[in-house]
Design a protein around this ligand. Structure first.
Ligand SMILES: [Zn+2]
Length: 379
């Protein structure tokens, strides 16, 4: 889940609000306003609106605290957190990579539900302490319930929910096999997802399944349930692919998959020369040199942007990426990081530098080859 508008930064982590979050905000606001009409008919319209808005904002803050719980533990285990996004499904803290050991995974996963559980306790305690007639009781009571639901829902042991991550960490610790633990936890995640869809569908068809679980009855909550199941199914599939890719690259660094030293072209040679000499021989890119020094990098896509009529008269240095803007990496750079960089910067190759000299390159082709080899070894 990417996108949305940035609303701030906490512990150096950018916080994003996805437009779909407004659906939840609207729903919570409308639901509470309707409830308040029933419980407090003597309140003024402004007071009701104010209470509903305050509750929706505090709910938002509760979800944010849940995600910050995950993030603080992640940072403690040296897993960088890229962003926190709040969207229709709740929140997600995007980690740059998976933790290196099951203990870290367990602590990061459990931190969110622990925060939600503590919030539930605090709001419930406040409700008990407040006088019976205090209007604020309505607010604290609702927030106590809703945080408890968030904690319990996330503890369902289906990957990629927090409970599924805890299950994965436990299996990982027992078997020592992260990939197998992921597949098992994802399997339970799929069972949970299908159960949600089935229960929701039955409710829509008029079979009262939701009430038996203590949930709101009716076709709307049935549809909502099925929708959550469908989202879980998609998330489980995506998360498994990501984790398997990550596991297959664990421990690999640039020197293990280093490709040959790239071809070089003189800066003043023409684009047509590049096309004839290199592209025809199956090369997709080359370094551009001037007076023996690397001055840039030219790729097939740089050339494609140029009108073919100008190929003969344009020097490669005009279309190349200059050396100052070049993304390079060292021999010990983890392959996982190179993959992330290639994806986020839309690169097909990264020259590898050692002691100031380019000693080779990692390309998308060498990466795909390495992944295939590793996955065959693991199969
Ligand atoms: Zn969580």
């Amino acid at each position: 889940m990417v996108g949305g508008f940035r609303i701030g930064r906490i512990f150096g982590i950018p916080i994003y609000l996805h437009p779909t979050w407004l659906i939840i905000f609207g729903l919570v606001f409308w639901m509470l306003e309707t409830q308040l009409r029933g419980i407090a008919p003597d309140w003024s319209g402004e007071l009701r609106l104010g209470f509903a808005a305050a509750a929706a904002l505090l709910f938002f803050a509760s979800i944010l605290l849940h995600e910050l719980g995950h993030s603080v533990l992640a940072i403690r285990h040296r897993v960088p957190v890229k962003s926190i996004t709040l969207f229709v499904f709740g929140g997600v803290a995007l980690m740059e990579r998976d933790p290196d050991d099951p203990r870290a995974e367990m602590e990061i996963a459990i931190a969110g539900p622990v925060v939600s559980g503590l919030l539930a306790l605090a709001f419930t305690a406040a409700t008990r302490a407040l006088p019976e007639a205090a209007p604020v009781r309505f607010l604290t009571g609702w927030l106590g319930d809703v945080n408890l639901i968030v904690a319990l829902f996330n503890l369902i042991p289906g990957f990629p929910l927090d409970g599924g991550r805890v299950l994965r960490a436990v299996l990982w610790a027992i078997t020592g096999d992260a990939a197998r633990a992921t597949r098992t936890a994802a399997g339970t995640g799929q069972i949970v997802a299908y159960a949600f869809i089935a229960l929701g569908a039955l409710e829509v068809m008029g079979v009262p399944t939701m009430q038996a679980l203590g949930l709101g009855a009716g076709p709307v909550s049935g549809l909502w349930f099925a929708f959550i199941g469908w989202m879980l199914l998609a998330l489980a599939g995506g998360a498994v692919r990501q984790v398997e890719l990550d596991a297959s690259l664990r421990g690999l660094c640039a020197r293990d998959i280093l490709g040959p030293i790239p071809a070089r072209l003189e800066a003043d040679s023409s684009v047509a020369h590049f096309a004839r000499e290199l592209v025809m021989r199956g090369r997709r890119w080359a370094l551009v040199q001037q007076a023996g020094e690397v001055a840039g990098l030219v790729t097939l896509s740089d050339v494609r942007r140029l009108d073919p009529d100008a190929w003969e008269t344009t020097p490669v240095s005009r279309v190349a990426t200059p050396v100052e803007a070049l993304v390079t990496a060292g021999l010990d750079a983890p392959v996982r990081d190179l993959l992330v960089t290639m994806g986020s910067r839309d690169l097909n190759q990264i020259p590898i530098v050692d002691a100031g000299r380019i000693v080779g390159a990692v390309t998308r082709e060498t990466l795909v080859h390495a992944i295939e080899l590793r996955q065959r070894e693991h199969a």
